[in-house]
Design a protein around this ligand. Structure first.
Ligand code: S3P
Length: 451
């Protein structure tokens, strides 16, 4: 489904006492990979807790179009994979909607096959750079036909025998790392990815779980070398997807900002490559208790108790960015209601997300009367804990640019602002967190969708 045609604004108003116990839907990164690896592996994969957002469903459709058999029985998704190396040529273009992860990882997965595959998406995805994935694929022998600037639509055609490469990832991107590794699955020999800055490691962990011959070496400077032997067997797995820490961020920050709040969020993924926001908020003075930390399906998970807190501005270390890259928009909202200044640096990757998130956040903050300075790759926010005079002016709305995280972040702002905050569109929240409205209003948040 594509968004933008029928926009639906939403408005959030000052709220009190968010209370309750909630379970956050499954992690988006792990859900995409569960469909991909399950669709590729031999035998059956069973998945519970899958995020049923539009992004992930599009990945499932793409895997079905390439021969995987996917069905749902009760709460369990059951996949019969094709077997590694045995994907079928898709008959029609693969439509990834809004999803960079689905699109870029699948480009790696199928791009090296000796047939043509075409990739399309919505207006947001079509504006995003694909060269970061297409360049290493070209090195492996893939022929690429793309719109100007390596944008979608893209058509890929692999060679008879792809060449294994050693690829040093030039930006901190789990999508690029993953695309190269997935291309390596159908490439003879050893494909090597060098990752100077560690990003989320779900691809490495999950591929190893499916039986891939994969090793990771980390040197004293923290540079990781990941080696994958291609054309091995993958075997179907049983996967329980933990709750998405990036979706957790919205009720979590809301509870910190709304007076009288005390909520518990259950079964949250606590993989250290994803917990930068929690650490930063704790440094700002947030009352977040990590309860019952445990291992589930090879991942750290925990429950989080979150209470209203008085926050103070901090400088967020630049090297923390990869572990909270999707959380800067909502951190900026927390910063707007903290005492003093919060400085965020190393944000260049924010410019190529579902929107240019750095300018979308800065413009949204300014529209709501919040002082901030947008740098090339930084954002400084001057907070005011009482939210006095914050809110969108009558008749104006925050521009979300088809970006779910911009929409949800500014709705959280409205819960603690003196005046209501309206966002121009909330429909694309369904790409990652379809339950957002019900979950938030269930906790006591005042958020309404336009009729
Ligand atoms: C993701 C990687 C990140 C992140 C995205 C999910 C993934 O993108 O922003 O939401 O699942 O690999 P980049 O690799 O572009 O940083």
């Amino acid at each position: 489904m594509s968004h933008g045609a029928a926009q639906k604004p939403a408005t959030a108003s000052r709220s009190e006492n968010l209370r309750g116990i909630v379970t956050i839907p499954g992690d988006k990164s792990i859900s995409h990979r569960s469909f991909m690896f399950g669709g590729l592996a031999s035998g059956e994969t069973r998945i519970t807790g899958l995020l049923e957002g539009e992004d992930v469903i599009n990945t499932g459709r793409a895997m079905s179009a390439m021969g995987a058999k996917i069905r749902k029985d009760g709460d369990t998704w059951i996949i019969q994979g094709t077997g590694n190396g045995a994907l079928l040529a898709p008959e029609a273009p693969l439509d990834f909607g809004n999803a960079g992860t689905g699109c870029r990882l699948t480009m790696g997965l199928v791009g090296v096959y000796d047939f043509s595959s075409t990739f399309i998406g919505d207006a947001s995805l079509t504006a995003r750079p694909m060269g970061r994935v297409l360049n290493p694929l070209r090195e492996m022998g893939v022929q690429v036909t793309a719109a100007a600037g390596d944008r979608l639509p893209v058509t890929l055609k692999g060679p008879k025998t792809p060449a294994p490469i050693t690829y040093r990832v030039p930006m901190a991107s789990a999508q690029v790392k993953s695309a190269v590794l997935l291309a390596g699955l159908n490439t003879p020999g050893i494909t090597t990815v060098i990752e100077p800055v560690m990003t989320r490691d779900h691809t490495e962990k999950m591929l190893a779980g499916f039986g891939a011959a994969l090793s990771v070496e980390t040197d004293t400077a923290g540079v990781r070398t990941i080696r994958l032997e291609g054309r091995g067997k993958l075997t179907g797995q049983v996967i329980a997807v933990p709750g998405d820490p990036s979706s957790t961020a919205f009720p979590l920050v809301a509870a910190l900002l709304v007076p009288g709040s005390d909520i518990t969020i259950r079964n949250v993924l606590m993989n250290p490559t994803r917990t930068g926001l929690i650490l930063t908020l704790q440094e700002m003075g947030a009352k977040i208790d990590i309860l019952d930390p445990r291992l589930a399906g090879g991942e750290d998970v925990a429950d989080l108790r979150v209470r209203h807190s008085e926050l103070s501005g901090v400088t967020v270390p630049e090297d923390r960015a990869p572990s909270m890259i999707d959380e800067y928009p909502v951190l900026a909202i927390a910063a707007a209601l903290a005492k003093g200044e919060t400085v965020m640096q190393g944000l260049e990757e924010l410019r190529v997300k579902e929107s240019d998130r750095l300018s979308a956040v800065a413009n949204g903050l300014k529209l709501n009367g919040i002082e901030c300075v947008e740098g090339e790759a930084s954002l400084t926010v001057k907070g005011r804990p009482d939210g006095k005079s914050y809110g969108t002016p009558q008749g104006e709305a925050v521009k979300t640019h088809l970006d779910h995280r911009i929409a949800m972040s500014f709705l959280v702002l409205g819960l603690a602002s003196e005046h209501p905050v309206t966002v121009d569109d909330a429909t694309m929240i369904a790409t990652s967190f379809p339950e957002f409205m019900d979950l938030m209003t269930g906790l006591g948040a005042k958020i309404t969708l336009a009729a």
